[in-house]
Design a protein around this ligand. Structure first.
Ligand code: GDP
Ligand code: MN
Length: 371
């Protein structure tokens, strides 16, 4: 199974490979708010499970939020080798001095892993393999014993890396092999690994995990589902963000807000079985939408567990850079545990949806009045 670049980069980062901090966006508006938060020139990249995005127009740059809106709008929905682009990865644009290539894969003929590396990385690597195969060096580590850091540095030397790059390049090659090994990968690849004024950075990441071993890597599979799933998210004219699990419940919550004289700012359905991460992400999305004054989170736990929701809320509030006014209605599966977690964190909640909706509107009116 191949993973999106955004997921592969998280894995690489966990193993100590330097990457640029990135954010995932599902809409041009989201891309814009991420870009304005980052406040630097960005690279906007289509998240699809094929390579060659650069050549297909799926990797573009934006210098300011306005441009990012246009660029994101162009890339989203694009067809890249038969795959429709549904989400984007947005990162600070790297100042590239040089592009290298390193990969670990299985050499089926030799029936063992092979490390390939070249000082000439980038989008032309396939052509290089055809026209100048000797510029790609190959090394077969012994899969039965530990791959040692000095072997990785030896590879960097054979590539022709300048002396000051041998240690850091070797370090990344060694870590990439460790990712490959730890995750039962078919392929772990960085193309390009870029040299910037800040040092070496993995500007792209490819991770393909052997299907038969996926049961050992459920954490990865979960990240994939979470990333793959675009939220049903609509921006509206009001100032109360409505988040619910299930479209029906979210619509009902919006009606309740209206009935009480409030105006919804968003419709965001986190779906059934939402995990802690999903809640966190959902809050991030609505909080990056400027008009939002109050968040109304309406959760009736079924497949979605109230304690997962509570943990997601606590984490999101801890991390949020904005002051968050939130009204939570939390009931259903594991509600005792969920409510206990909220109480412990000092976050108030309601069990009745009617009451919670009224409270959200009141709170919003108070905030408006105090301005
Ligand atoms: P791929 O075409 O699907 O492999 O996508 P990549 O992520 O490898 O990007 C393709 C090319 O875009 C790279 O080889 C770089 O030349 C360029 N690129 C990607 N990210 C950046 C960046 O942050 N800064 C600059 N200047 N170029 C980038
Ligand atoms: Mn690439």
């Amino acid at each position: 199974m191949r993973f999106f670049e955004s997921v592969a980069k998280k894995v690489f980062k966990n193993e100590g490979i330097p990457i640029l901090e990135g954010h995932v966006a599902y809409s041009p508006e989201e891309a814009m708010s991420i870009c304005s938060e980052m406040n630097v020139p960005v690279v906007i990249k289509a998240q699809v499970l094929t390579g060659g995005r650069g050549k297909a127009g799926g990797v573009k740059f934006a210098d300011d939020p306005g441009e990012s809106l246009n660029v994101a709008d162009k890339i989203l929905g694009m067809d890249i080798k038969g795959e429709t682009v549904k989400h984007l990865l947005i990162e600070e644009k790297a100042d590239i001095i040089n592009e290298f290539f390193i990969s670990v894969s299985i050499d089926r003929g030799a029936r063992k892993p092979v490390i390939m590396a070249s000082m000439e990385g980038g989008v032309e690597i396939e052509n290089l393999a055809k026209t100048n195969p000797d510029k790609i060096i190959k090394y077969y580590p012994n899969p039965l014993i530990e791959f040692l850091p000095y072997e990785a540095r030896e590879i960097a030397r054979k590539m022709g890396a300048p002396s000051d790059l041998i240690a850091p390049m070797g370090d990344i090659i060694w870590k990439l092999y460790n990712v490959f090994d730890k995750y039962d990968a078919d392929t772990a690849e960085i193309n390009p690994l870029v040299l910037t004024p800040k040092g070496l950075i993995a500007a792209d990441a490819k991770l393909v995990v052997e299907n038969d071993s996926l049961f050992r890597h459920q954490d990865l599979v979960e990240m994939l589902h979470y990333k793959q799933k675009a939220f049903d998210f609509v921006q509206l004219d009001g100032d109360i963000a409505v988040i619910g699990n299930g479209a029906g419940l979210t619509l009902t919550a919006m009606d309740m807000i209206k009935l009480n004289g409030g105006a919804p700012a968003t419709f965001l359905d986190i779906g059934g079985g939402a995990s802690e991460q999903v809640i966190n992400r959902a809050l991030d999305i609505v909080l990056s939408y400027d008009p939002v004054r109050v968040v109304f989170l309406n959760v009736l736990g079924g497949i979605t567990k109230a304690d997962d929701v509570a943990r997601g809320v606590v984490k999101a509030l801890e991390q949020s850079k904005r002051e968050v006014h939130i009204v939570i209605r939390l009931t259903g599966t594991n509600e005792e545990e969920g409510q206990r977690i909220l109480e412990e964190a000092g976050i108030p909640y309601e069990v009745s949806m009617e009451k919670a909706a009224r409270k959200a509107v009141d709170l919003c009116n108070q905030l408006k009045a105090s301005k």
